[in-house]
Design a protein. Sequence first.
Length: 278
Amino acid sequence: MKKAVGLIHSLHWPPAKKNDANHYTASKAVDSFMGALIDWISQPQTHGNLLIVAMPGVGDVGKLAIDAVNTELDAEPIARILHPTLPPLARLDENGLLVPPHILLSRVEIDGKEVFTLTGDAQPMTPEGQHELAVTVLELFEGGEVLVLAGMSAEAQRKEVFSITSSSSYRIELESMGVDVRRDEPKAGVIGMAALITAIGPIKNVKTSCTIATTVGNSADPVAAQLLLETIRKWWSLPLPVPIDATARLAAKLKEIHPQKADDMVSELSESPDSIYM
């Protein structure tokens, strides 16, 4: 894989254990860059490719969408990206092995095209950490395109999806594709890795945009996530799976609260798209 000269340093660590069948059978490559460790599972060519990114945020809209894509398309893990400013919570994996806090880079195939996804359970806890991870990601996809997915708090009756970008030339390209690129919102700006990846992209020779779905934002919002995926499918002509059944999720929740009246309530609520945000 092409790397920026003098910036990313390759190591090999540690020797693999033969009985770790689901981990590594040979020494693995680990890249170090700006405080981040890239723990490669395999090393495909990432430069010039398409990456879809979503981190936990308002309504977890983007993360729900990415998780659905990864599940439906049986995503192949490519690398774990570690940074010291990620929350220090190590979790047990499916094999009962303790895994350090990380964000996960995966690969899926969509309509015969290789597409990468990036998500995690948390963002770095400091501005410096978020900046360093954002630049690390952009280094990996130099010459490519990064779609960031996010949510924005709004009134329940407002259900919109729009994009923003930090490149005037890329904005023209997006608008020619039919993308609704806004110039006047989010009025308060964007925060976190979504903001930094999108804003720094042109400096690192990466086409970057942030596509945002409005959400009430009080809890995970599968309806907004579904709308986000459907919109990405249309604007980028990218046949992403849209497996989230928002009505089923609503029915399950209502049955917990009102077991005897759930079906009637779902029918009534589903008549109005606004009310499903409850």
